[in-house]
Design a protein around this ligand. Structure first.
Ligand code: SF4
Length: 379
C-alpha cells in the first residue's frame, strides 16, 4: 500500500493565515507541469514493487490547473506506476474554481474525492482571511459536486478566528452538517511566522482568541459532529462511518509515499526526503540533472518519535506491543513511565493495550506528544 502526493504550488491569491509553499505568479505553470511529469517518470523505480492506493493533488491550489493539465498528470501516473483499481484520487479545490461542467469532467477523468477549502460560512470571516470565494460559491460547489456524482466530499473549516464567538462557530458547524458531506477537517487557527495574520498579531491589529474559547469551540465541534454521525478519527478530522481520508490515514499509519513537486516530502520507512521549496531551484535541478532534494536517513530514535507523533493523533492510537516488538526496551520503559503519568491525569486512555489521547488529551496534544518523544538525554 503506497501513495503519491503532488504539490501544485500556485494560488490566485494569498490567504492571510497560510504558510504553505505557494506563489501567486502563474507564469511558470507550463514549465512546472513539465517538471512534475519528469519527476514522476524518473522516480517510478522507487515504487516499482508497490501498488498505488492513493493519489492526492494538494497545494497551493490544484484547481487552478485546467482539465487537460490535471488529466495529463493522472495519465503520467497511470503510465508509470501500478495503480490499484480501487485507488482514492483526491483533488484539493477552491469553491470559486468549480462549476458543474468542470466537476463532471473531473469525475470522468478519475478524481473520486474532493477536498474543498471552505473555511467559514461567514462572509466577514472569508474577507478577514482574504479568501477568494463567497459563501454562495461554497454552497454551489458542494451541490454541483454531488450532482456530478462525487460521493466522497471533504470540506475544511477553521475555528479560533479573532473575535469568533461560540455562537458564530456553532453556526458554521451546523451548516457543514446540513451540507451532508462525508468528511470534515476543522483546524484551530495558527499564527505562522511570515503570514499576514502573524504580522497583524504582532502589531496588535488582531487579537488571539483566548485558549478557553478555542477549547470550547473544539468541544462543540466534537459534540455536534458526533451527534450527526461522524467518526472523530484524527485530532482535526471527522468522517461518516468508514470514510476516512485514505491518503492522510496512510501518513498516520506510516505507509510509504512519494512526494512530487517543490516542497513535497517522501517517506520510505528508512528515510525521509524533501524537495526544495523553490520553483526555480526545483526546475533547475530537474532540467539540468542537479540535486533538488535532501534526504535524511532515519535513526532508531527518529523512527520511534515518528511512531509516537503519528500514532497519538488518531483513534487507532499506539499498540503498546508494537513498541516492544519494534524498538529496544529503553523506549518501552520511557513510554510506560509517561503512560502512567497521563493515565492518572486523564489525558490518555489504554484500552486493551491500545493507547489513545482522551478528549482532554487532544486539547494539549502537542505537549503530550512532545513529552512522549525521545531526545537523547532521556535514554
Ligand atoms: S490556504 Fe490554500 S488557497 Fe489560500 S493561500 Fe494557502 S494554499 Fe493558497
Amino acid at each position: 500500500m503506497a501513495g503519491i502526493y503532488i504539490h501544485i504550488p500556485f494560488c490566485r491569491k494569498r490567504c492571510h493565515y497560510c504558510d504553505f509553499f505557494k506563489t501567486t505568479d502563474l507564469s511558470q505553470k507550463a514549465r512546472l507541469l513539465a517538471g512534475l511529469k519528469t519527476e514522476l517518470e524518473s522516480r517510478a523505480s522507487e515504487m516499482a514493487s508497490e501498488e498505488i492506493n492513493t493519489i492526492y493533488l494538494g497545494g497551493g491550489t490544484p484547481s487552478v490547473l485546467s482539465i487537460d493539465e490535471l488529466h495529463d498528470l493522472l495519465k503520467t501516473i497511470r503510465q508509470n506506476y501500478l495503480v490499484s483499481a480501487e485507488v482514492e484520487i483526491t483533488l484539493e479545490a477552491n469553491p470559486d474554481d468549480l462549476n458543474q461542467t468542470l466537476l463532471s469532467t473531473l469525475k470522468k477523468i478519475g478524481f473520486n474525492r474532493l477536498s474543498m477549502g471552505i473555511q467559514s460560512f461567514s462572509e466577514a470571516d472569508l474577507k478577514l482571511m482574504n479568501r477568494r470565494h463567497s459563501v454562495v460559491q461554497a454552497f454551489h460547489s458542494v451541490e454541483w459536486a454531488k450532482k456530478a456524482g462525487f460521493a466522497n466530499i471533504s470540506i475544511d473549516l477553521i475555528y479560533g478566528l479573532p473575535d469568533q464567538t461560540l455562537e458564530e462557530w456553532e453556526r458554521n458547524v451546523r451548516i457543514a452538517v446540513e451540507l451532508d458531506v462525508q468528511h470534515i477537517s476543522a483546524y484551530n487557527l495558527t499564527y505562522h511566522e511570515g503570514t499576514v495574520f502573524y504580522d497583524q498579531l504582532k502589531k496588535g491589529i488582531l487579537k488571539e482568541l483566548p485558549d478557553e474559547l478555542s477549547i470550547q469551540q473544539f468541544e462543540l465541534l466534537i459534540r455536534i459532529l458526533k451527534e450527526a454521525g461522524f467518526e472523530h478519527y484524527e485530532i482535526s478530522n471527522f468522517c461518516k462511518p468508514g470514510l476516512y481520508s485514505q491518503h492522510n490515514s496512510s501518513y498516520w499509519k506510516s505507509k510509504k509515499y512519494l512526494g512530487i513537486g517543490p516542497s513535497a516530502h517522501s517517506f520510505d520507512f528508512n528515510s525521509r526526503r524533501w524537495n526544495v521549496s523553490s520553483i526555480s531551484r526545483y526546475l533547475d535541478g530537474l532540467e539540468n540533472n542537479r540535486p533538488y532534494s535532501e534526504t535524511e536517513i532515519l535513526t532508531e530514535q527518529d523512527r520511534y518519535n515518528d511512531f509516537i507523533i503519528t500514532g497519538l493523533r488518531t483513534k487507532w492510537g499506539i499498540l503498546k506491543d508494537d513498541i516492544q516488538a519494534k524498538f529496544p526496551l529503553k523506549y518501552f520503559t520511557h513510554f510506560q513511565k509517561l503512560e502512567e503519568k497521563y493515565i492518572k491525569s486523564g489525558h490518555i486512555v489504554n484500552t486493551s493495550g491500545i493507547v489513545c489521547l482522551s478528549q482532554e488529551g487532544m486539547y494539549i496534544s502537542d505537549k503530550i506528544t512532545e513529552d512522549f518523544m525521545v531526545v537523547s538525554k532521556h535514554l
